[in-house]
Design a protein around this ligand. Structure first.
Ligand code: AMP
Length: 393
């Protein structure tokens, strides 16, 4: 097992805290501070226990060192507003003179936020020298950066390797419990609903899940690659011919394992994505594309959902951003909300889709990570998760 900040006496410790504060920033202004808000329970827990916190995160994908548009400085300001009484100090570099000086002056229940870790070229390379420098900032290592745990980056993987005490914060704890522990021995039937734009993005997830689940439901544009690989006409719908082989392989595995593999049987079709004149078609005519699942498909999918005891969902079942194509995603989200199974939704767009349907409160766990959640759900080993288990045992 892994250890969390509740399993160790963190009082008055110097904590090196890896967070995911990768918020959208435009013209120096934070557009959405949800990730900062999400980090507060762990930060507050540590501050209340008199810890000195050296916090770090990446922001965006800066190329070739420091650049002001990727600075975490606006995040430090927002963190200060939110923490009110506790002082937040911002270091103008990651492990340089400024960070070291400010660390030497840091007091109990204060936070020193380092500059964007990706300003150090060694970060994404998983550099051990950089990790040694991070190591000097703490006695114990805490991670709450779930969205980064699939990357073997220096602050995510090499750094915790150098600590004896490596603990999960509250966000990471919840994600691992649901996406790993609960799915290791799920209550069955266990089904997966997968949608979204591309098969190519989700090949490892599809391959991993087809070995574990008792049923698979495929919607979204991804369904058209599966249908088309079987010779079903899909008109002008989005397909990836280069994924035909992998699609066939996945369907073959489902057949060998004797599990239902459900694809749409009717479609909301239109001539273009902006077309508001839509038609329900069982076979998509030439010149038309499928942009949402049709009523018969919704009934078919719902029937399977109602039988399940564990459900994971990733990816919208149609172009849910458009009024005329959101119905399938919304109704399937509501079907999920209405059943009493364990329901896990992961990945950026699926979370927005759940919000469009207004059922976020009826989902057991909504994951905050994109790639990290998908990989964990598929049963892959994530460097940042593995190190937590290694150090926790
Ligand atoms: P992903 O990031 O792979 O989960 O894909 C999400 C995107 O897939 C959303 O922006 C949807 O609009 C898009 N999408 C879902 N279904 C379709 C479809 N039938 N045709 C085109 N795009 C789709």
């Amino acid at each position: 097992m892994f250890k969390t900040i509740r399993d160790f006496d963190v009082s008055k410790k110097d904590v090196f805290l890896r967070l995911d504060l990768n918020v959208p920033i435009k013209d120096g202004k934070i557009k959405d501070d949800s990730r900062i808000l999400a980090a507060l329970p762990t930060i507050n827990y540590l501050l209340e226990r008199g810890c000195k916190i050296v916090a770090c995160s990446h922001l965006g994908r800066p190329k070739g060192g420091a650049s002001p548009e990727f600075s975490l400085s606006p995040v430090a300001q927002r963190l200060q507003e939110l923490l009110k009484e506790n002082r937040v100090i911002f270091a103008n570099d990651v492990v340089g003179e400024d960070a070291q000086k400010k660390f030497s002056e840091l007091k109990a229940s204060e936070v020193l936020l380092l500059e964007n870790v990706r300003f150090e070229p060694g970060e994404t390379k998983g550099d051990e020298e950089l990790a040694k420098k991070f190591r000097k900032f703490g006695e114990i290592y805490v991670t709450d950066a779930f969205g980064s745990l699939h990357r073997a980056h220096s602050s995510v993987y090499q750094t915790p390797k150098l600590f004896d005490v490596v603990l999960a914060g509250f966000l990471v704890e919840k994600e691992i419990i649901y996406l790993k522990e609960k799915l290791q021995s799920p209550e069955r039937p266990y089904i997966a609903i997968l949608g979204g734009a591309k098969v190519s993005d989700k090949i490892p997830v599809l391959k991993g899940l087809v070995e574990k689940v008792d049923g698979m439901i495929i919607g979204g544009a991804m369904a058209y690659t599966f249908l088309s690989s079987k010779g079903v006409g899909v008109g002008n719908s989005l397909i990836e011919k280069e994924c035909y082989d992998v699609a066939k392989e996945i369907m073959k595995r489902a057949e060998e394992r004797n599990i239902p593999f459900l694809l749409p049987i009717d479609h909301i079709s239109a001539k273009s994505i902006d077309d508001t004149e839509v038609k329900v078609m069982e076979t998509i005519a030439e010149g038309y594309s499928g942009f949402d699942i049709g009523p018969k498909t919704i009934a078919l999918f719902k029937n399977e959902i109602m039988k399940a005891k564990t459900i994971v969902w990733n990816g919208p079942l149609g172009v849910f951003e458009k009024e005329q194509f959101k119905n399938g995603t919304v109704l399937i989200a509501k079907a999920l909300a209405d059943c009493s199974s364990l329901k896990i939704v992961g990945g950026g767009d699926s979370v927005s889709a759940i919000k469009v349907a207004g059922v976020e409160n009826k989902i057991t766990h909504i994951s905050t990570g994109g790639g990290a959640s998908l990989e964990l759900i598929a049963g892959e080993k994530l460097p940042g998760v593995e190190i937590l288990y290694e150090k926790g045992s």
